[in-house]
Design a protein around this ligand. Structure first.
Ligand code: ATP
Length: 775
């Protein structure tokens, strides 16, 4: 049969499926209409349908039961309405594009092949007997991504099913019309992927459900590993695979796993909004998202001013010296490594014996319980009891003590004064309470004494309240002083670097500043000391840009999510923070056999055109392993400028021509630092409208943006311009990853500008891989 008639046949099937979708939608609309009326009726008549009688205790119980029953009925209807509403939305999505793939699979032992159509959700026929569309996450659909024509297999709960694929077809269906249809012998043919990757970018990430590649499918469907580590080249689809994986896990474990049980750590708030439309497009709710910085700031509250990681990086980038050599860098690397964690563990162990610092418990300038007394009580407890448990016992002891002290306090002068200042209503309440007590013969005071007693008791109680809650929060432990002590013991480990660590950390702490590299140590220390509830509801944690987390941070996150599986995605070549420049990373380590840990490496890059990947991969060690996807485009350019005015002029010309060129929807001028970005933005503004993106930016629009390289992580643009890649700006080897990260943000075009001689980081690039634009 020729291609045309085959497509007509497929179009007929699409039409039939759409008819069924229409029927299903009509039925649901009718049902939701009735349900809605029912819900409105139930809400309006809620109180009429319940008999309210509060006369006798039995009546109260009956009334409560009636209200509960009515509320449950309403809730049940509302839930059903919500489900039907979601079903309608799903059908809407399917109606536009019912499916994107088909395989004809003949199971071993079956007489003939069966066509399996794959889309973003399942659809049954009217009799609810046969699948018209299989959800892309269904076990059978995995073959679409994993196999070409020939023998194939998939896993089910009952075991492996084997057979043969005789046809593999891809569709592009828009508004119910097949606009493209390709039979393919490749895993997922290049046609559609070419079309998708050649498209324009937007300020939101797209889902890749129709073109998931085999190696990405392994990440998406992995259910065995406790920890899954993905090391992938820039643009290899790590983030895309992570989001598809979330959708997959929600589907495969729909009875036990909800969106609220999953948490994504992303690099910055901008990234959060960039990926926020992918899951809803796939019919799933967004999972919880945060950044590590946000978590740290939330926890530290106003105890300290926490330096942000971006500020730390900015300061380093603005410095002229090579940070790798400095004591300061060595100190940061030490503090973010596992040796420092061990140092803290040892210190905690010593605190179990002696040295823990407590606050005095002070009330109205009077020491109620001295820190010394607390220390004596604490160290009299059995050392075998864990520190947090011992502190809980101290808290109980202190609360009891406070209770006694509260009673004594009632006779103080200040209480008498305060009672006199109370208003009428307080007296009335106290009188009523005293009557009740008298009635129950709880006390033998006369009315007036009783009233006075009740009032002074309540005044003291209220004044003691903050103390009581402080005791419950273990606020009698002097958190800061204890943390400070780590840096007061200068002998261990003995080195210049450690002396520097002690001096600089104590200086910052005294100014109530917590440097970024100290923040994790501080939280870890407090959690180990005082005990911290872990996030037991979270079952799966995703960490994107994992190369930017220190080993200490990752170890700390493990303690926070002990019941979670973890997926870490990153690229060692894009690690940009000082802490990670010298350290071995989880991404580069070989997994140990002990843990249920698996590592997947992605080397194919999809974001950029072939010429851009061929250029950028030379910039990093081991880059030759990165395979470009076969998509043509123009070579990157390097334009020289003689002086600032010349640079501005040439840049402006380039931006204008990009803006005029058809289809370039997002253009980024990437600078090295925030300071440079601000300058460029200020200079550009009179000429063109551009958005300056900083660490607080939550969204960006299509058009022209100016952004420092470290905030462009994870994001991509149609065209990227590197403002000034001169030797003066990128002069250090340690900036290679940052430079590489900036260049790899480009999808279709990459333009570098250099004021004078270009950076040494460009030396490995072969001249034929880019076009030089002189003068
Ligand atoms: N299988 C695929 N089908 C279609 N597009 C894909 C596929 N895989 C990746 N892409 C596209 O490639 C681009 C890069 O993907 P993504 O951002 O997920 O990569 P990444 O590995 O996280 O990159 P980086 O580390 O540089 O941030 C995106 O535009 C994404 O849509």
């Amino acid at each position: 049969m020729n291609q045309e008639t085959e497509q007509q046949k497929e179009q007929l099937r699409v039409n039939e499926v759409i008819d069924i979708i229409d029927q299903k939608q009509a039925e649901i609309k009718e049902k939701t209409g009735h349900l809605k009326e029912g819900i409105i009726g139930l809400r309006n008549n809620f109180w009429e349908d319940v008999t309210v009688n509060m006369d006798e205790p039995d009546d109260v119980i009956e009334t409560q039961a009636g209200i509960k029953q009515q509320a449950e009925l309403l809730q049940e209807r509302e839930r059903s309405h919500g489900q039907l509403f979601n079903e309608l939305k799903k059908l809407d999505r399917l109606r536009r594009s019912p499916y994107f793939g088909r395989i004809d699979f003949q199971e071993s032992g079956e007489p003939k092949p069966e066509p399996i159509y794959i889309g973003i959700a399942s659809l049954m026929d009217q009799e609810q007997e046969n699948f018209l569309i299989y959800d892309w996450r269904a076990p059978v659909s995995s073959m679409y991504y994993d196999y070409t024509i020939g023998p194939a297999a998939y896993h089910t709960m009952e075991g492996q099913i084997e057979g043969d694929i005789s046809l593999k077809r891809q569709f592009i269906i828009q508004n119910g019309e097949i606009t493209g249809q390709f039979d393919t012998s490749l895993t997922i043919g290049d046609h559609i992927l070419q079309a998708v990757l050649g498209g324009k970018s937007s300020a939101q990430m797209k889902n890749i459900v129709a073109t998931i590649q085999r190696e990405q499918n392994q990440i998406i469907r992995n259910q065995r590993s406790q920890t899954l580590i993905v090391q992938g080249a820039a643009g290899s689809g790590k983030t895309s695979a992570a989001l598809q994986r979330i959708a997959f896990l929600l589907y495969a474990n729909r009875r036990t796993l909800q969106a609220e049980n999953m948490l994504l750590f992303s690099p910055n708030p901008l990234f959060n909004s960039y990926v926020s439309t992918v899951l809803p497009e796939l019919g799933e709710e967004n999972i919880l998202q945060t950044t590590y910085k946000e978590y740290v700031e939330d926890r530290i509250g106003d105890a300290f001013t926490v330096q942000s990681p971006f500020e730390q990086l900015e300061q380093f980038l603005l410095k002229g010296t090579e940070p790798d050599d400095s004591v300061e860098t060595a100190a940061i690397q030490f503090k973010t490594g596992l040796d420092f964690k061990k140092h803290i563990d040892d210190f905690l162990a010593s605190l179990s014996q002696e040295g823990l610092v407590f606050h005095d418990i002070v009330f109205r300038n009077k020491i109620l319980v001295s820190s010394k007394e607390i220390g004596q009580y604490f160290y009299a407890l059995a050392p075998s009891i864990l520190l947090p448990n011992r502190l809980e016992l101290v808290s109980e002891w202190l609360l009891k003590k406070l209770k006694k002290l509260e009673r004594l306090e009632q006779n103080e002068e200040w209480v008498r004064d305060e009672v006199e200042l109370l208003d009428k209503e307080d007296f009335l309440n106290a009188y009523r309470a005293s009557q009740k007590k008298q009635a129950k013969k709880e006390d033998t005071f006369n009315d007036a004494d009783m009233e006075w007693h009740i009032l002074s008791q309540s005044v003291v109680r209220k004044s003691f309240q903050p103390l009581r809650s402080k005791m419950k929060r273990l606020g009698f432990v002097d958190e800061k002083a204890n943390f400070r002590k780590i840096f007061e013991t200068r002998t261990q480990p003995a080195s210049d670097m450690w002396a520097h660590v002690c001096e600089s950390t104590l200086k910052a702490l005294d100014q109530h500043i917590l440097c970024w590299e100290d923040a994790t140590a501080y939280l870890y220390f407090q959690d180990q000391l005082k005990g911290k509830k872990s996030f037991s509801r979270i079952r799966h944690v995703f960490i994107d840009e994992a190369q930017d987390y220190s080993l200490f941070q990752l170890a700390y996150l493990k303690t926070l999510f002990p019941y979670s599986k973890m997926t870490l995605l990153g690229d060692v070549n894009q690690s940009i923070f000082v802490q990670s420049s010298n350290e071995s990373s989880v991404l580069s380590d070989t997994p140990s056999q002990k843990e249920s840990l698996e590592k997947i490496t992605l080397t194919r890059s999809y974001r950029s055109t072939r010429p851009i990947v061929e250029f950028t991969r030379q910039l990093i060690e081991g880059g030759s392993q990165i395979e470009p996807f076969n998509r043509e485009g123009s070579k990157p350019t390097l334009t020289y400028a003689d002086h600032t005015e010349d640079l501005h002029q040439k840049l402006l010309e380039r931006i204008k021509s990009l803006l005029e060129a058809d289809g370039r929807q997002t253009i980024a001028v990437i600078c090295k630092t925030m300071q440079e970005s601000q300058n460029v933005h200020a200079w550009l503004t009179p000429h063109l409208s551009a958005q300056l993106l900083d660490q607080e930016t939550y969204t960006f629009e299509q058009g022209l943006v100016v952004i420092p390289a470290y905030l462009a992580k994870g994001i991509e643009f149609d065209a990227v311009i590197l403002f000034n890649v001169s030797e003066d700006v990128y002069s250090r080897e340690s900036e290679r990853n940052l430079f590489y990260t900036a260049c790899t943000r480009a999808m279709h075009e990459l333009h570098l500008f250099s004021l004078g001689k270009e950076t040494r980081l460009l030396q490995p690039a072969q001249p034929e891989t880019y076009t030089v634009i002189e003068k």
